[in-house]
Design a protein around this ligand. Structure first.
Ligand SMILES: *Cc1c(COP(=O)(O)O)cnc(C)c1O
Length: 395
C-alpha cells in the first residue's frame, strides 16, 4: 500500500502535524467504533458486556495486534495501565530473576519516568540495589556480570538516537543480565523484532506512533519461556489464575495474563483496537524507508535555510528513530511561534525543538511547508516576542 494514508486520519485543515511521536492524531476508524461501543455495548448491555462483548478478552486481543507490529509471537503481549506501571512490572520481575546481582543499568538518554520507577522500586525493595546511569554510548561496555537488568529505551526521546536491539540484547545475554526494552518511540515507528532479538521483556505506549489517543493503555511483552517463572509484584485480581474464584491467596495466571493487574480500560482499548486498523496492509519496512527519506529531506532543508539551528540528532538515518531535534538558544519561543503558525512539534528542555515524522500521514510537501515557516520564524525573529515565552503545564 502506498504512503501516506492521510485519508485515514482526521487532520485539521492547514496544520502540519510533526508531533505524532508524542500524541498520534485521531484515525477516522476510531470515532465511529468508539461511539458504537459506548451505545451498543456499554449502553445496551451494561455489565453483560464483560461476557457478550468479550471486554475481558480485550487486553489479549489488542495485545496480539500490537504484538504483530513489534515482532512478538501470538499470546505474548498484554495491554493495560500506563507505561510507567509496565516499566515497574518488568523491572521488578527482572531483578527477581537475578537475586545475586544488584545493579540495574540504564542510560542518561532514557525517559525520566523509567529512571524514577527504578528508583522507587529500589527504595521499596531495600535490598541494596543500585541504578547505574551511564552515557548512551557506554551502555555496551557497562554490561558486566554485576548487572541484573539492563533497562534501555531504544529511541532516545530527545536526540532520536537509536540503540541496536540485537547487539545489546546479545551482550546482556552473554553477561547473564536480563534485558528490558522500552519501545515507546519505536512501536509503529521502526521495525522491531522482539522474537528475533531474544530479550526477556519489552514495554511501550500506544498514544504515540500507534495513535490510540490520550491516555491509551501501555503494552508489555514477556518472552514466553520465562513468563511462567515470574511472581508479579503488582499482583492484582485480574492477573490471578481464576479471578472469579475470589480466593484469599494470589496465584498468578498462566502466561502473560499474569501481567494484568485490575480492570482494563475498556473504552481506551476499544479506541486503540479501532486505531490499529490503519496498519492493515502497511509494511513496517516501508514506514522506515519513507521515514528516513522524510527526515533526511528535513535535515538538509533546515541546514540550508536555517543556519541558526544546530542538528542534535544523529546525521546517519540508520542511527535515528523517526524524529529529529535541533538546538537553539530560544528553542521554547521558536516552537511556540511555530505552533501558532500551525506547524506542531515540541520543545524539550533545555534547548531543543523536536519534530516527529510519521509516514502514515506526513509527506514531502509537509516537510517543505514546515521548513518554509521555520525559516520565516527565524529570519524575521518572529519568536522574539514576550507572548511566546510563557510556559504552560505541558511543554
Ligand atoms: C512517553 C514515555 C513514557 C510515558 O509513560 P506514561 O506512564 O505512559 O506516562 C515513559 N517512558 C518512555 C521511554 C516514554 O517515551
Amino acid at each position: 500500500m502506498t504512503l501516506p494514508r492521510k485519508d485515514l486520519f482526521h487532520l485539521p485543515e492547514g496544520m502540519i502535524y510533526l508531533d505524532g511521536n508524542s500524541l498520534g492524531p485521531l484515525p477516522k476508524s476510531v470515532d465511529g467504533a468508539l461511539s458504537a461501543m459506548v451505545t451498543d455495548q456499554w449502553g445496551a448491555h451494561l455489565i453483560k458486556g464483560w461476557n457478550v462483548d468479550d471486554w475481558m478478552g480485550q487486553p489479549m486481543r489488542v495485545g496480539n495486534l500490537v504484538g504483530k507490529l513489534v515482532g512478538a509471537p501470538e499470546g505474548s503481549v498484554t495491554m493495560g495501565d500506563t507505561l510507567s506501571v509496565k516499566v515497574y512490572q518488568a523491572l521488578s520481575a527482572a531483578v527477581q530473576m537475578r537475586p545475586d546481582r544488584k545493579v540495574i543499568l540504564s542510560d542518561s538518554g532514557n525517559f525520566p519516568s523509567d529512571l524514577y520507577m527504578a528508583q522507587g522500586l529500589i527504595a521499596q525493595l531495600g535490598q541494596g540495589h543500585e541504578l547505574r546511569i551511564v552515557d548512551p554510548f557506554d551502555v555496551m561496555d557497562s554490561i558486566t556480570d554485576e548487572v541484573a537488568a539492563v533497562m534501555i529505551t531504544q529511541v532516545d526521546y530527545r536526540s532520536g538516537r537509536m540503540h541496536d536491539m540485537a547487539t545489546l540484547t546479545a551482550k546482556a545475554r552473554d553477561a547473564g543480565a536480563v534485558m528490558i526494552w522500552d519501545l515507546a518511540h519505536s512501536a509503529g515507528a521502526v521495525p522491531v523484532d522482539l522474537q528475533g532479538c531474544g530479550c526477556e521483556f519489552a514495554v511501550g505506549c500506544t498514544y504515540k506512533y500507534l495513535n490510540g489517543g490520550p491516555g491509551a493503555p501501555a503494552f508489555i511483552y514477556v518472552r514466553p519461556d520465562v513468563v511462567e517463572g515470574i511472581k508479579p509484584a503488582l499482583s492484582g485480581w485480574l492477573g490471578h489464575d481464576v479471578p472469579f474464584a475470589f480466593d484469599l491467596d494470589y496465584r498468578p495466571a498462566m502466561g502473560i495474563e499474569r501481567m494484568r493487574i485490575g480492570t482494563p480500560p475498556v473504552l481506551q482499548l476499544a479506541a486503540l483496537e479501532a486505531a490499529l486498523d490503519v496498519w492493515d496492509g502497511i509494511e513496517m519496512e516501508d514506514i522506515r524507508s519513507t521515514s528516513i527519506r522524510l527526515t533526511e529531506l528535513f535535515i538538509s532543508e533546515v541546514e540550508a535555510r536555517c543556519p541558526e539551528l544546530t542538528l542534535f540528532s544523529p546525521r546517519d538515518g540508520t542511527q535515528r528513530g523517526s524524529q529529529v531535534s535541533f538546538a537553539h538558544d530560544n528553542a521554547f519561543a521558536v516552537m511556540q511561534s511555530l505552533i501558532e503558525r500551525d506547524v506542531i512539534g515540541d520543545f524539550r528542555a533545555p534547548n531543543l525543538i523536536r519534530f516527529g515524522f510519521t509516514p502514515l500521514y506526513i509527506d514531502e510537501d509537509d516537510v517543505l511547508g514546515a521548513v518554509a515557516i521555520l525559516a520565516d520564524v527565524l529570519d524575521n525573529r518572529i519568536w522574539d516576542d514576550p507572548k511566546y515565552m510563557t510556559k504552560g503545564r505541558v511543554t
